[in-house]
Design a protein around this ligand. Structure first.
Ligand SMILES: O=C(O)CCC(=O)C(=O)O
Length: 270
C-alpha cells in the first residue's frame, strides 16, 4: 500500500506515489496516445446516444472506462479504492471518468473551479487523478488551494462553449495559497470535488496524459449516464474501420413529430 501525502480532512486531497508500474504505464501511454489521435480525426461517434462527445480541441475525452476495456483496470485499482474507503466507506461506485491532457498549441489552461459545481444536490464525489505522463509545475500540474473543500460550494458562473465552462467565484479566496501538485508517472492524486483547483496553460513534449475517475459512496446510487460498457475490443483502429463517416452532431427530432408520436403511442397503450 503506497504512503499517503497530505490529508483528506485538512487539505481536501491526498497523493499516493507509485501506484502503477512501468509496464502498465507504457501500455496505457500507447493506448491513450492512440485514443487522442483517433479523437483528433473527428469521425462520427458510435456511442453518441449514451456518452459525452470527446473534446479533443480542449483536451478532454469522455467515458473511456466504457469505451475501452483496457482502461477499466486503472479505475478499479485496489490501492486507489482502498484509499477511497476512508472517505466513501466500503461500497464505491464509478460516477464519471475521462482523460484530461494538454493539447499542444491550444488554449489549455483551466481556471479555478470545483468539480461538478452545477450539481450541488448530488452525493459528494472524490476524484482519482492518475498521472500517466510526468505532471510538472510548468507542464500542467493541478494547482490546489488546500482546505477549500471546507467552505462548501462556491458561487459560480458558466462560460458557454468551453469544456471547463463552470467557473468558481474565488474572489474571496487567497489564491496565492495554491500549491502545484507535481506527480511522476504512476502517482495518483485523490481529491474532494469541493477543493478549489485549476491548472496553467502548458505545451510540453508529452501531452500530460492523465486519466481521472470520480467515485461516490452507496449512500445514494445515482449516475447521470449509463450503459453500454464495452467489455472487449473497441480499439481505435476497429472503431475507425466501422465508423468512418465524419462527425455530425445528432439531429434533434422534430417537435411536432414527437408530439404526434406520443399521442399515437398513448392511443395504442389505451
Ligand atoms: O486538465 C487539467 O489541467 C485540469 C483538469 C481538472 O481540473 C480536473 O480534472 O478536475
Amino acid at each position: 500500500m503506497p504512503n499517503r501525502e497530505y490529508d483528506f480532512e485538512a487539505d481536501g486531497f491526498i497523493v499516493l506515489r507509485k501506484v502503477f508500474d512501468e509496464n502498465t504505464l507504457a501500455a496505457m501511454r500507447k493506448l491513450l496516445t492512440e485514443i487522442v489521435k483517433y479523437a483528433e480525426i473527428g469521425l462520427e461517434d458510435p456511442f453518441a446516444r449514451y456518452y459525452l462527445r470527446h473534446r479533443a480541441d480542449q483536451g478532454v475525452l469522455y467515458d473511456l472506462f466504457q469505451r475501452h476495456p483496457e482502461i477499466q483496470a486503472l479505475a478499479r485499482n485496489p490501492d486507489i479504492l482502498e484509499a477511497l474507503t476512508t472517505v466513501l466507506g466500503p461500497d464505491i461506485l464509478l460516477y464519471e471518468n475521462s482523460m484530461v491532457y494538454k493539447p499542444k498549441g491550444k488554449k489549455n489552461g483551466v481556471p479555478f473551479h470545483q468539480d461538478f459545481i452545477s450539481r450541488p444536490d448530488e452525493p459528494l464525489k472524490f476524484i482519482a487523478w492518475m498521472a500517466i505522463d510526468p505532471v510538472t509545475e510548468t507542464g500542467g500540474a493541478l494547482k490546489i488551494i488546500p482546505g477549500t473543500h471546507k467552505g462548501g460550494f462556491l458561487k459560480w458562473h458558466r462560460v458557454k462553449g468551453e469544456t471547463h465552462h463552470d467557473r468558481a467565484d474565488v474572489s474571496h479566496l487567497d489564491t496565492d495559497k495554491a500549491k502545484f501538485i507535481t506527480l511522476d508517472p504512476g502517482d495518483v492524486l485523490i481529491f474532494n470535488q469541493l477543493v478549489v483547483h485549476g491548472s496553467d496553460e502548458a505545451h510540453t513534449e508529452s501531452l500530460r496524459l492523465v486519466y481521472r475517475a470520480s467515485y461516490q459512496s452507496f449512500d445514494e446510487i445515482y449516475v447521470p449516464r449509463g450503459a453500454p460498457i464495452v467489455v472487449r475490443g473497441g480499439h481505435p483502429s476497429a472503431l475507425q474501420r466501422r465508423f468512418s463517416r465524419p462527425y455530425e452532431p445528432p439531429r434533434k427530432k422534430n417537435i411536432a413529430r414527437r408530439i404526434v408520436n406520443r399521442i399515437g403511442r398513448s392511443l395504442v397503450d389505451f
